[in-house]
Design a protein around this ligand. Structure first.
Ligand SMILES: CC(C)(COP(=O)(O)OP(=O)(O)OC[C@H]1O[C@@H](n2cnc3c(N)ncnc32)[C@H](O)[C@@H]1OP(=O)(O)O)[C@@H](O)C(=O)NCCC(=O)NCCS
Length: 324
């Protein structure tokens, strides 16, 4: 039996902020952003818009692609750090929107690695036989958590939602292995205090240490090492190696990180899916959005070996290997 991804979906905000828009806000340039990160534009929710709407659309698209209805689901897991409420969980709010009751619904908090942590949860459920058909959503709105006066972070992040529907089916296709690791010792490299939110188009007074705090260069080095190592571990656990990989769908934080990881793994960039140029770092949403695009663009075929890997606040990192 294996947990197969049988449907994918995604949704992004309509508002696009280009690097030219960033130049009007902070002392930066298109050249600096593209050279250091690869990012050309990002999507952001405006004041009054709701990330839940994007999660709902992404989930509905994934269910449609799977040929299922919400009522067919047995569990809902949402990877996010952008919940509107401390409680209920975002997953419970999504559950209400989807009109499906009594099945378990809960959130996973592992920041940008949240989707892989979610994969670990659904993988375990599938292996144990606890739940068969599950919805896993990755969604974040980090644009509301950056200090829009801080050029070192505000150019990097964007918003969005992605979803996958999994079904436990006989055969050897599906999730082969998932490895997750954390280093609480490194939490200060990337963090956001809870409590204060502000959309990019909202005026207001911000506390001094408000917004994403990041030690970029240190984080860069940890991310490259961790992403390559954990992908290798996940492949090894499935009895595979980098040479078996058809496509890597990495967390989209920085094109230079993605290229350095591919080099370390000895995988050509033609086997790496990238959309960081268009969306920036969408945190837990980045892998499911990229996966949905890759599927809809016909870049993934039956039995392909796909590697998903991510690194985020915590620090947390992880990788999943899927036989499609
Ligand atoms: C953030 C990041 C792009 C910065 O790139 P970098 O090459 O390391 O650049 P540095 O932070 O060393 O900054 C170099 C210079 O550019 C400046 N700078 C920073 N942001 C800038 C911006 N948006 N525009 C122009 N200049 C900027 C810095 O102030 C610094 O100037 P100085 O040399 O006068 O002090 C890079 O470190 C990174 O991507 N780190 C990982 C981030 C990440 O992955 N986060 C999420 C993980 S989920």
């Amino acid at each position: 039996m294996g947990a197969r991804i049988i449907g994918t979906g995604s949704a992004i905000p309509t508002t696009c902020l280009t690097n030219a828009d960033m130049e009007k806000r902070v002392a930066t340039s298109n050249d600096w952003i593209v050279t250091r990160t690869g990012i050309q534009e990002r999507r952001a929710i405006k004041h009054g818009e709701d990330l839940m709407d994007l999660m709902h659309v992404a989930s509905t698209r994934a269910l449609d692609a799977a040929g299922l209805k919400a009522q067919d689901l047995q569990a809902i897991v949402v990877a996010t750090v952008s919940g509107e409420y401390y409680f209920p969980s975002t997953a419970c709010l999504l559950q209400e929107r989807l009109g499906v009751d009594t099945i378990p619904a809960f959130d996973v908090n592992a920041a940008c690695a949240g989707f892989i942590y979610g994969m670990s949860v659904v993988h375990s459920y599938a292996k144990s036989g606890e739940y068969g058909r599950m919805l896993l959503v990755g969604a974040d709105a980090l644009s509301t958590m950056v200090n829009w006066q801080d050029r070192t972070t505000c150019v990097l992040f964007g918003d969005g939602a992605g979803a996958v529907v999994l079904d436990t089916q006989p055969g050897d296709r599906g999730l082969l292995s998932t490895v997750i690791e954390s280093s609480g010792a490194l939490w200060k490299l990337l963090h956001v205090r809870s409590g204060h939110r502000q959309a990019f188009d909202q005026e207001g007074i911000q506390p001094k240490d408000w917004g994403i705090q990041m030690k970029g260069p240190e984080l860069f080095k940890v991310a490259v090492r961790a992403l390559a190592d954990v992908a290798g571990k996940a492949l090894g656990r499935s009895g595979l190696s980098s040479s078996d990989v058809h496509l890597i769908i990495p967390h989209q934080a920085n094109l230079r990180i993605i290229q350095a990881v591919a080099e370390r793994m000895k995988v050509g960039m033609d086997k790496v899916y990238c959309n960081v140029q268009r969306f920036g770092n969408t945190s837990a949403a980045s892998i499911p959005i990229a996966l949905d695009e890759a599927v809809r663009e016909g870049k993934i075929h039956d039995n392909d070996i796909i590697v998903l890997n991510a690194c985020g606040g915590g620090l947390t990192w992880g990788a999943s290997v899927v036989r499609w």
